[in-house]
Design a protein around this ligand. Sequence first.
Ligand SMILES: [Zn+2]
Length: 300
Amino acid sequence: MLYDISMAIHPGMSVYKNKAEKKPELTVRQDFSQSSTYESSLHLDLHTGTHIDAPLHMLQGGARIESIPLARLLTPCKVFDLTQAKDKITAADLQGIGITPGDFVLLKTRNSWAEEFDPEFVYLDQSGAAFLAAQKISGVGIDALGIERAQPEHETHKLLFQAEVIILEGLRLKDVPEGRYMLFALPLKLQGVEAAPVRAVLMPSNSGRHLESQGVSHSSQKNTPRMPPRTTNITLRRKKARIEAATPPATAEVVLLVEERIPGTIRALRAPKGMNCKKRLKKGGKFTFPSRTMGSIRGI
Ligand SMILES: [Zn+2]
């Protein structure tokens, strides 16, 4: 099962502050009246619809969109129901709800029910951003076209970017219950810019009895500044173990840390030569696999 949490892109869509220049322009370049093919072009503001912001959006000399490792956008995530927040999300709203280091956090608010642009949309305030930065989360997504509003110094964006937190904006979370998911939020492979459109999808993380982890290779990014490696935690069913995928570089290893005894085995299903392992999962066990290992946990 998948939840498509992206905005549809069309000329009538809701855009930030209803600005005309933020509306997408779709033009039919040719159709069957003059040609044997149908072709269109798109003119799109990079902050229209569901998109990722890169640090350059708010920080002079900040990292560009291509610096964000793809593996950080194919990640377990937690959706939190904050629909009670009337005006903004503060640190107090986020404390004690289960946010831990490395999390990718999606904030579901009343914004997800608004079909038109609401100038009073719920946003993440400075205290909330400072809290998330201090928690060392990997990313934050919100169901608003901006993660902040009416903050002259753009404190929310800046606090998050300075803490290397990825910002995902323009989500649609109305149909998504609070819980744990796999997030797929791959940006268009644009280069040199401060943002990119994303098709964002969630898959419930407990829908199967196994969990797969796959390394993602990072190529052709030699000349661009990149964000430092970040550890991603993947929590297994019943919170008994986690896989940490260090990214990038592609040579990083996938480490399985067993936090409790699990009456099962781990199997590296697709691993480089010599890694065809099948190991007992003992408490305190730590198993290291190359980053491209694809495996599953059985018997849980
Ligand atoms: Zn943006």
